[in-house]
Design a protein around this ligand. Structure first.
Ligand code: HEM
Length: 137
């Protein structure tokens, strides 16, 4: 887990200077590969782009703070039910997130870093999906 955390931190730090270029790349990648999810997002995603970036930073900063992290993800998961996000959308979002990080991380990206992000995204999405499902029954 320690190695996993150092992978997440080092690659996120490498990507950080690119700021919202990363989220622009993310949305282009997501909508090009999954045009079906485009209508879920408001026509102008300017604010949303910044919120997604802020949320990612907050998640990485709290990655060792399990209680805070879980609470943040549960709230986020419950709000996503209202956005029309379905469990089956999560792998597509994860694939675009990883593609974006890989694109900007340069030498900080290795197969091990990618595995760590896939593992962390798995925990993030499972927590969000379960909270969303519990809220909708
Ligand atoms: C790790 C997974 C995800 C994270 C960290 C994340 C993060 C966020 C954040 C921070 C917001 C801003 C609003 C808020 O805080 O409630 C947001 C909005 C939104 N997200 Fe996500 N999200 C994730 C997965 C998904 C998935 C799988 C979908 C499904 C397609 C999705 C669709 C949306 C939509 C439609 C909005 C509202 C956008 C709008 O108002 O135009 N998200 N997301």
């Amino acid at each position: 887990m320690t190695t996993e955390l150092s992978h997440i931190r080092s690659s996120f730090a490498a990507v950080q200077p690119y700021g919202t270029q990363v989220t622009d790349y993310f949305y282009e990648h997501l909508f090009a590969n999954n045009p079906g999810v485009r209508p879920l997002f408001a026509a102008h995603i300017g604010d949303q782009r910044d919120r997604l970036w802020a949320a990612l930073g907050a998640l990485v900063n709290n990655i060792e703070n399990t209680e805070t992290l879980t609470g943040m993800l549960q709230n986020l998961g419950r709000r996503h039910v209202g956005y029309g996000a379905l469990a089956e959308h999560y792998p597509a979002v994860g694939a675009s997130l990883i593609a974006s990080l890989r694109h900007f991380a340069g030498d900080a990206w290795t197969p091990e870093v990618e595995e760590s992000w896939a593992a962390v995204y798995g925990v993030i999405s499972t927590t969000m999906i379960s909270a969303g499902e519990a809220a909708s029954v």
